[in-house]
Ligand binder design. Structure first.
Ligand SMILES: [Fe+2]
Ligand SMILES: [Fe+2]
Length: 377
């Protein structure tokens, strides 16, 4: 993971790898020398964005028609309860507010100060922040996924349904996150921006496979979990920035996390509504999603050198304590409590089995984690 410029003599073997000099997709250029270049070119173009063998078996199936109707019939509810959680653009923060003002005379001075503060922060932190930023920057993938969903997808690109408006406005709010973190990291001078930008390009090209199967039940459980996970992660990066004496960076992370919190509330509220309308179907979907495990959005991250880039990024997160296995269990427990899953009654046999599974899962994850920790000690 040669994404960051090492500033200190820390021993970080996997990020200290030198970038492979000017690989520049040689196959692509060479392919045009052969008569069958068209075919070769197509195959190689495809290969560079293949999700590296990790998700070769993929399931796509739709939920039954009567369940799709649930989403169509809740459009008015979304308008009154979910769209109201969006912030009007005029009251929204924009990345410029937290960055040196390029139009002002003091710009150079402000950049110098930003870089001075960044020099005090360890490399591990920057590795993690880069991973965070890359995850935010892969936003086109998330909007694409939301627009695969039966019953809620934006059918035209400018659909007038509340579900579609939510997806577009959520995307527009999220777009500021990658923008802000990217500009900050660029100015910090701590990051090899070419490597980072390449990784973003690879990641968007590869996509993501969270196993949501065009099913809004699975998806909104996933997004509730995921928004809370990003909220926790940004909360920890804010806290660490503060500990390293950089209150401006802490403010950047804090600003992003306040959006994530609002998004978490929105998606959780949608699932709460699903529990009200269809408790059985929702608890079964909850268990199904948790059995699959909540895959992190950037799980197909790749940088042309490291086939386990995401695992390395996750290891840094675990080491820094910004996002750990215990956080995963905490989020699950938080959702189980928030959706009052334990209190559900009148479920089918399948529903009761699912209920038991999700209610017992968090303690189980913690026990496994404790054993793993004890072993590693
Ligand atoms: Fe975000
Ligand atoms: Fe988010």
């Amino acid at each position: 993971m040669a994404l960051i410029k090492l500033s200190q003599s820390q021993n970080l073997p996997y990020i200290a790898l030198q970038p492979i000099a000017s690989l520049k997709s040689p196959k692509l250029f060479m392919a045009s020398n052969f008569p069958s270049s068209g075919q070769l070119k197509v195959e190689n173009s495809k290969k560079s964005f293949m999700p590296h063998g990790k998700v070769l078996v993929q399931v796509t199936h739709s939920i039954p028609q009567q369940k799709i109707e649930i989403f169509k019939s809740t459009d008015g509810w979304v308008e009154n309860n979910i769209l109201t959680l969006l912030k009007p653009v005029e009251n929204s923060w924009q990345p410029q507010a937290f960055l040196p003002d390029a139009a002002s005379d003091g710009f150079e001075e402000q950049v110098k100060e930003l870089r001075k503060r960044a020099m005090e922060i360890p490399d591990d932190y920057f590795v993690y922040l880069v991973g965070d930023m890359i995850t935010e920057e892969a936003l086109p993938t998330y909007q694409t996924l939301l627009n695969t969903l039966d019953g809620v997808r934006d059918e035209t690109g400018a659909s007038l349904t509340s579900w579609a408006i939510w997806t577009r406005a959520w995307t527009a709010e999220e777009n500021r996150h990658g923008e802000l973190l990217n500009k900050y990291l660029y100015l910090s001078g701590r990051v090899d921006m070419r490597e980072v930008e390449k990784t973003i390009q690879y990641l968007i090209g590869s996509g993501m496979y969270p196993g949501i199967e065009k099913n809004p039940y699975l998806t909104f459980i996933y997004t509730s979990f995921q928004e809370r996970a990003t909220f926790i992660s940004h909360r920890n990066t804010a806290r660490l920035a503060m500990e390293h004496g950089d209150s401006k960076l802490a403010q950047i992370c804090g600003t992003v996390l306040s959006d994530e919190k609002r998004h978490e509330i929105s998606y959780s509220k949608i699932v709460e509504k699903l529990f009200e309308i269809d408790p059985d179907g929702t608890v079964v979907a909850f268990a199904e999603m948790m059995r699959k495990k909540i895959t992190m959005p950037a799980h197909l991250m790749y940088d042309d050198h490291d086939h386990n880039l995401f695992e390395h990024f996750s290891a840094v997160a675990q080491r820094l304590g910004v996002y750990t296995a215990n956080d995963y269990a905490d989020i699950l427990e938080f959702l189980v409590d928030g959706w009052k899953v334990k209190e559900l009654t009148g479920l089918s046999a399948e529903g009761r089995k699912a209920q038991e599974y999700v209610c017992l899962l968090a303690p189980r994850i913690r026990r496994v984690e404790e054993r793993a920790q004890a072993r590693s000690k």
